[in-house]
Design a protein around this ligand. Structure first.
Ligand SMILES: [Zn+2]
Length: 276
């Protein structure tokens, strides 16, 4: 599979250059560009999901962290909440026992690359290596291969989405709620942003490698629960997707079906900071 280095690299770069920058999805990290999900790719890419019910998915990226992830797992267990962890392969190799624990406790583990590069600017061969290494590390830690990918920075081209989905079977998971916690704005701000933006069907992005995020979680989870939200993994959220419009505006206005839902909020401007 490694002779697959394509002369398409330049082409891909061109495509990326053309499409990147038009992306409405909020950027988490530095130099984030993310192309708009093509409408002809339902079932591959998700920013959020239309559901009948107040289901949401909390997602935590870039771990596992030796100290913070176990803390978060304790908290999630106390709340009986299942979350989704998009892990970095390097960190999985370093702390497989933490990932094993997360999986054992019912959380979902997704691929977030081996070393957090920008897929939108890479050759297929290098992307493929990043994915396979991480896929293997997750399989070694949990006994199960992941079925979800979150590309670092949300950066991925439409062509990459297609071949990755074809080759790995991954669904590509982005987000619609971004508290920009990687900028370390403080726990109160993280809490408030998540509470303000979360809707039924939301996929909430945050990072279990920042102390402020972990500090924000007890009150954030309490408040989300008080608003009636129910927590599921990303795969469960996708499976809960409704097949037709819902009647109740109190549930999920405009429900149609599981489909791409580009985020409406081009909030964060790329900055010079690096997320990790
Ligand atoms: Zn990340």
């Amino acid at each position: 599979m490694f002779f697959y280095r394509l002369p398409l690299f330049c082409f891909a770069t061109l495509i990326a250059t053309l499409w990147l920058g038009a992306e409405p999805t909020p950027a988490t990290h530095e130099a984030t560009h993310e192309e708009r999900a093509a409408p002809d790719e339902p079932g591959i890419t998700f920013n959020s999901v239309h559901v009948a019910g107040a289901y949401i998915a909390m997602t935590f990226d870039d771990g596992p962290s030796a100290t913070l992830t176990p803390k978060l797992l304790d908290l999630l267990a106390a709340h009986h909440i299942k979350a989704t962890f998009f892990v970095i392969g390097e960190n999985v190799a370093e702390h497989p026992e933490i990932v094993a624990r997360a999986a054992r406790e019912g959380h979902e583990i997704g691929n977030h690359s081996w070393s957090h590069p920008n897929f939108g600017k890479m050759s297929d061969e290098n992307v493929r290596r990043q994915l396979w290494r991480t896929d293997d590390a997750i399989k070694n830690a949990t006994g199960k291969r992941p079925t979800l990918l979150r590309p670092p920075y949300g950066s991925i081209t439409a062509r990459e989405k297609r071949w990755i989905h074809h080759e790995f079977g991954y669904q590509i998971i982005l987000w619609d709620v971004d508290p920009n916690d990687w900028k370390r704005p403080g726990p109160a701000v993280v809490h408030n942003r998540i509470l303000q933006e979360t809707r039924p069907g939301s996929i909430v992005l945050s990072h279990d490698i920042h102390p402020g995020t972990i500090e924000a979680m007890p009150s954030t989870l309490d408040a989300l629960e008080a608003k009636g939200f129910k927590f599921v993994t990303v795969s469960e959220l996708i499976r809960a997707a409704t097949a037709r419009p819902a009647r109740s505006p109190a549930e999920a206005p405009g429900n149609v079906r599981a489909a791409v839902t580009p985020s409406p909020s081009p909030t964060s401007a790329p900055s010079g900071d690096q997320a990790q």
